[in-house]
Design a protein around this ligand. Structure first.
Ligand SMILES: [Zn+2]
Length: 496
């Protein structure tokens, strides 16, 4: 048995086929796993070392996805280290128990009571189950394991990097380390490059770059896209149910869109046409698994359901009214990935959409088109212009009042009370679109919450205010001939 074959034999059919595709080998489609490994060993023009590298990169990817599977356990704090010393570790993960003996040493052994351990690890298909990596993550998190001194068995290189990344995320969520801030540039770059490709189930891209199946990567990218539109989002941590909740927190009346992400190899998602019963499942996502779990007024926030997929056949819109009837009024929209991308790109160039205005894209239901996105932007532009006009009117009105009565050749004189009145007036004009006024629950003091994501809109409004204010000063400067108080005093004292 050649060494090349021995190495290649450890890969799955899918991985072997991917190698064939990547290196342009032909005539492999009917071969079974072992035959395929032979075929690749024979036909692939690479040295043993190169094949070793290639195979280990596949293994890395596989182990990284194992590590990622551990993330849910670990992030939800479901790992408890019950015993820990140099030679023996015992941990509880929900209903599973993990025992590790001699971690980091040659005579290392570990046990888990899960099926994965029984069928995959013991048979040598995988070196460890997700519970093992979750325990290692927890040990690092608690400072019990220093990977610079003790390398956990089977977890090294890229695999270790991804495990440490998970620990880092947890520390961030727990506020132990400060977040570095949002990485807007990077997520935008990934979405531009990969969103549409991943929606069409590009396996290789998903696995190589994100170490997850395309379905999962698509959910992740759609989540990122809505975040780039400044929505708050909640991702599903369970296997079942909706994928994502998109929350229009900033709207005067907040709303929630329940999002389901669907990839389709053909580029068109038409599953619903062949299986209309799927509508019942979608209804469950919105009603039983979301709306009914919320309390009181929060229930009314659940108003929209959005399916995101590469594209949709036109006939699919016929389900919209049916769905609305089944759910007691929830509007169903179909959002093609390229349209979502279009919206994100347009928004990042010109961030003028508010949750209030954007809601209209979900309100209509049906397939959302680029055209609808364009309309949204012009609507937003009109809306901000009308806010600007209101602010200007109120500023002009008050300035006029003060200029007529309290102005001389040098000053416009404004007292405290009057100043407060102007500012209050302007603030109420901006409420609720650019800020929200309220009262502190404890002190009862008036508070103003400024919506920082709307910085572009603020820029427009404040510039308009500045322009108006300086114009008024200029006007008074050219108009006023009334003597200043100082001048008048001096004249009096000189007796002229
Ligand atoms: Zn296990």
């Amino acid at each position: 048995m050649s060494k090349k074959y021995k190495l290649l034999k450890t890969l799955t059919i899918r991985e072997l086929k991917e190698i064939c595709r990547r290196y342009g080998l032909r005539g492999y489609s009917k071969l079974r796993q072992k035959e395929l490994a032979h075929f690749v060993a024979k036909s692939l023009d690479l040295s043993t070392e190169e094949i070793e590298k290639l195979v280990s990169s596949f293994w890395d990817d596989r182990l990284i996805s194992k590590v990622k599977d551990a993330e849910d356990y670990f992030l939800m704090d479901n790992v408890e280290i019950e015993y820990f010393d140099e030679d023996f570790i015992k941990a509880q993960l929900g209903r599973h128990e993990v025992k590790i003996i001699n971690l980091g040493k040659k005579d290392f052994r570990y046990y888990c009571d899960c099926d994965d351990y029984k069928y995959q690890v013991k048979r040598g298909k995988y070196p460890f189950c997700k519970h093992y990596s979750a325990v290692i993550a927890k040990l690092i998190y608690e400072g019990k394991l220093d990977v610079k001194k003790t390398q956990p068995n089977f977890i090294s290189g890229k695999v270790l990097d991804s495990l440490e990344e998970i620990v880092e995320n947890r520390r961030r969520e727990d506020g132990i380390i400060m977040p570095l801030g949002r990485d807007i540039e990077n997520s935008l770059k990934n979405i531009k490059k990969d969103l549409v490709e991943i929606s069409k189930q590009n396996e290789e891209l998903a696995r190589k770059k994100y170490h997850e199946p395309p379905e999962k990567v698509f959910e992740y990218l759609v989540d990122q896209a809505f975040q780039l539109l400044e929505y708050e989002t909640i991702t599903q941590r369970r296997e079942q149910g909706w994928d994502l909740l998109v929350i229009g927190t900033y709207a005067p009346k907040p709303y929630i869109a329940v999002v389901e992400c669907k990839t389709a190899k053909s580029g068109i998602y038409d599953h619903l046409l062949h299986n209309p019963n799927y509508l019942i499942r979608l209804k469950n996502y919105c009603i039983e698994m979301c709306k009914e779990k919320l309390i009181g007024g929060f229930k009314d926030y659940v108003k929209y359901m959005v399916i995101v997929a590469p594209d949709f056949p036109e006939e699919i819109v016929k389900f919209q009214s049916q769905f609305k009837q089944m759910t007691g009024g929830i509007e169903l929209s179909f959002l093609p990935a390229p349209t979502l991308l279009y919206m994100v790109e347009k928004y990042r160039e010109n961030p003028i959409l508010t949750h209030y205005i954007s809601e209209s894209i979900f309100k209509r239901g049906g397939i959302i088109k680029n055209d609808d996105v364009d309309k949204l932007f012009s609507k937003s532009e009109e809306h901000i212009q009308s806010i600007i006009e209101d602010v200007r009117d109120s500023l002009r009105y008050h300035m006029n009042e003060v200029c007529q009565r309290h102005t001389d050749a040098c000053y416009i004189k404004i007292d405290d009370t009057f100043l407060k009145r102007i500012i209050d007036k302007i603030i109420s004009t901006l409420d609720p679109y650019l800020l929200k006024q309220g009262k502190d629950g404890v002190t009862g003091m008036k508070t103003i919450n400024i919506k920082h994501d709307y910085y572009k809109l603020w820029e427009k409004v404040l510039n308009a205010v500045i322009e108006d204010f300086t114009e008024r000063l200029k006007e008074q400067s050219t108009l006023q001939i009334k003597k200043s108080d100082l001048k008048e005093n001096i004249i009096k004292q000189l007796g002229i």
